[in-house]
Design a protein around this ligand. Structure first.
Ligand code: AMP
Length: 217
C-alpha cells in the first residue's frame, strides 16, 4: 500500500528535462516534499548570507557549487520534519561524491532519469522564465503566464535566470554528461534506476513515470 511505503527519490536528467515539474507531481501524489537544491541556493543568494558571494560566482559561471556547501544544505534539509517520511530530490546528487555522501545520511529507493537530447534542452531553456520572488518556472511556449512576464501566483516580474544563457547552458550540459551520468551509473549498479522519455507532453511523462513507479495517476 502507498501509505506504508517510504519513497526516497532522486529525479535526474539534463537541464530543462522537466525535473521540477515532475517532482511536484510526485510530491502531490506521495505527500512528501520536493527538494530542489538549485532553488535552495537561489534563496540563499537572496538572503545575502556570508557564503552567498561564493555561491553566486559558481552558479553564474554555470559550474557546480562546492560540495561542502551542498552537503551542508542537504543535511540541514533532510533533518526538517516534513522529510522524515520520504522526499524527492530534484537535481541532486549531481556528482559521484555527492551520491556517496548522501549514502552516509540515507539510502535512495528510486532514481528517475528523465531523458531529453541536448538540442531539446537548448531549445526549451531559451524560452524559460522564472518568478523573481517565488521561483515558479514558466515557458514562453509550453507553459506561459496568464499575463506576459508576470507571475500568476504573486504578480511579480518574471526574469531570465543568469545561468540560462546559451554559453552557460552549454557549460551545464557538459557537466551533466561528464559528471551526472556517472552518478546514474552508480545507482544502476544498485538496480534502482527508472528511465523515462522526457520528449513527450508533460502529462505523458507523468504517466510513464507513475506507471513505472507502480502508482495510479
Ligand atoms: P538547477 O536549478 O537545478 O538547474 O541548478 C542551478 C545551479 O545550482 C546549477 O547550475 C549549480 O550551479 C547549482 N546546483 C544545483 N544543484 C547542485 C548540486 N547538487 N551540486 C552542485 N551545484 C548545484
Amino acid at each position: 500500500m502507498l501509505e506504508n511505503k517510504i519513497y526516497k527519490i532522486s529525479i535526474l536528467g539534463p537541464q530543462a528535462c522537466g525535473k521540477g515539474t515532475q517532482a511536484e507531481f510526485l510530491s502531490d501524489k506521495l505527500k512528501i516534499p520536493a527538494i530542489s537544491v538549485g532553488q535552495i541556493l537561489r534563496e540563499e543568494l537572496k538572503k545575502g548570507s556570508t557564503v552567498s558571494e561564493k555561491i553566486k560566482e559558481e552558479m553564474n559561471a554555470g559550474g557546480l557549487v562546492s560540495n561542502a556547501i551542498i552537503n551542508l544544505i542537504v543535511k540541514k534539509r533532510l533533518t526538517q520534519s516534513d522529510a522524515a517520511k520520504g522526499f524527492i530530490f530534484d537535481g541532486f546528487p549531481r556528482i559521484r561524491i555527492q551520491a556517496k555522501s548522501l549514502a552516509t545520511l540515507t539510502a535512495l529507493t528510486h532514481v528517475i532519469v528523465i531523458e531529453i537530447s541536448d538540442a531539446e534542452a537548448l531549445s526549451r531553456l531559451s524560452g524559460r522564465r522564472t518568478c523573481s520572488k517565488c521561483g515558479k518556472v514558466y515557458h514562453l511556449k509550453f507553459s506561459p503566464p496568464k499575463l506576459a512576464d508576470i507571475c500568476d501566483d504573486d504578480n511579480e516580474k518574471l526574469i531570465i535566470r543568469t545561468d540560462d544563457t546559451p554559453e552557460i547552458i552549454h557549460e551545464r550540459l557538459k557537466i551533466y554528461h561528464a559528471e551526472t551520468e556517472e552518478v546514474i551509473e552508480f545507482y544502476e549498479q544498485q538496480g534502482i534506476v527508472i528511465h523515462v522519455n522526457g520528449e513527450q507532453s508533460i502529462d505523458a511523462v507523468k504517466e510513464e513515470m507513475f506507471r513505472k513507479l507502480k502508482l495510479n495517476s
